[in-house]
Write a protein that binds this ligand. Structure first.
Ligand SMILES: [Zn+2]
Length: 217
């Protein structure tokens, strides 16, 4: 079993000033990342990837001693966070309802090594940002039970695949698409069904539980 400990810090005055300085730099870099993304898209229709921004960090650190004083990995993490926030912002603007897998359940049912992988942590952070932004904008998010979402066709047929198989081909209805795309279609269908059931519009026998707290990650 792994435990986490939380300590409250009581920094001295000069330590507090140093921490504040680092927070100020973090905020400035984060805002600059977001601004550059918005401008690149507005002016050239370009969506910047993470590396386009992270690769500028070294040059910026040469010019700015205060930014050079901040841990490099932290600056990279800020670039990633800005990328996720920007993507979440675009999704929330474009769609009224956003369906995603319930990661709390997913982590419980998957094996521990996988559940703790970095990609899961990144995805978890993205979903948390997305859900927060959606709430602020009055959009709905639905957390869908992740059971068999990669092994089922939209027609309901079970189509088993191991992780290396990236293509979905259904022997029953003939649907042939990349597996992630089919999973997304299925998650959307399940999410909309949950919404319909919740509002009393549907009468499907499958009624996944509404995960308490899942929408306020
Ligand atoms: Zn099918």
């Amino acid at each position: 079993m792994k435990k986490a400990y939380l300590y409250r810090l009581y920094p001295r005055e000069e330590q507090a000033a140093l921490l504040q300085q680092q927070l100020d730099v973090a905020r400035e870099v984060y805002n600059a990342c977001l601004l550059e993304r918005r401008e690149a898209y507005r002016m050239a229709g370009v969506t910047l990837n993470y590396y386009a921004q992270a690769n500028q960090l070294k040059a910026i650190r040469r010019d700015r001693a205060d930014i050079a004083a901040v841990n490099f990995s932290m600056l990279q993490a800020i670039c990633r966070r800005a990328q996720r926030a920007y993507t979440a912002h675009k999704l929330v603007r474009a769609f009224d309802v956003l369906c995603h897998e319930d990661l709390a359940i997913k982590n419980m049912v998957r094996n521990h090594a996988l559940a703790r992988s970095i990609s899961d942590a990144a995805w978890g952070q993205f979903i948390a940002i997305l859900v927060g932004k959606a709430e602020g904008a009055g959009r709905q998010t639905v957390a869908v039970h992740p059971r068999d979402t990669s092994q089922t066709c939209v027609c309901g047929e079970l189509v088993p695949k191991d992780l290396s198989e990236r293509w979905h081909h259904c022997p029953r209805c003939g649907l042939s698409l990349p597996r992630d795309q089919v999973s997304a279609m299925l998650i959307k269908a399940l999410g909309l069904e949950m919404l319909a059931n919740k509002s009393g519009l549907g009468s499907s026998p499958q009624a996944p539980t509404w995960p308490a707290g899942a929408c306020v990650a």
